[in-house]
Ligand binder design. Structure first.
Ligand code: RB5
Length: 150
């Protein structure tokens, strides 16, 4: 799968570990940075990765900041993005299955590296449910976008 990743200065180690896992699992991964610990602004990386996914060039995006929250909020401002901030494996599976999330946000300060890698694996491997009720609900999210994204 084509996967775009990116995160801020506090997330280099986790981002690299996720990059290595994805490559090992056969994915085609592009890292949009940042690559040093010089302070940067997480919305810039949330936007870049979200636009790469929304354009259709990448099927999934994974983003990182201290909590995973700020960068998920930024990513969700891009039309077509459903970015889930996740801290456990149950939610990783549920958000793929129920919400058809196309982006995952992880926190480097609130989530251990081992858990983060398990989350990524579970999230990458779970299919979106084709159950009518889940599809209907995701379609309702798209309808909200249609109303507010001009
Ligand atoms: C950066 O210091 C920090 O605010 C950011 O990584 C993130 O946690 C924001 O939600």
């Amino acid at each position: 799968m084509k996967v775009a990743i990116g995160g801020d200065h506090g997330t280099i180690e986790m981002k690299k570990a996720v990059y290595d896992l994805l490559v090992k699992d056969g994915h085609d991964v592009k890292d949009f940075g940042t690559f040093t610990d010089e302070p940067v602004d997480y919305p810039d990386f949330g936007q870049t990765v979200a636009e790469a996914v929304a354009s259709g060039e990448f099927e999934r995006g994974i983003v990182f900041c201290g909590t995973g929250v700020g960068i998920s909020i930024a990513a969700n401002k891009v039309k077509g993005i459903r970015c889930a901030q996740v801290g456990d494996v149950f939610t990783a599976k549920a958000t793929r299955s129920h919400n058809n999330s196309n982006m995952l946000a992880l926190g480097s300060r609130n989530t251990g590296l081992g858990v983060a890698l398990e989350i990524v694996k579970a999230w990458m491997e779970t299919e979106a449910s084709t159950d009518e009720r889940h599809v209907r609900r995701v379609n309702k999210i798209s309808a909200i976008e249609e109303k507010y994204f001009k």
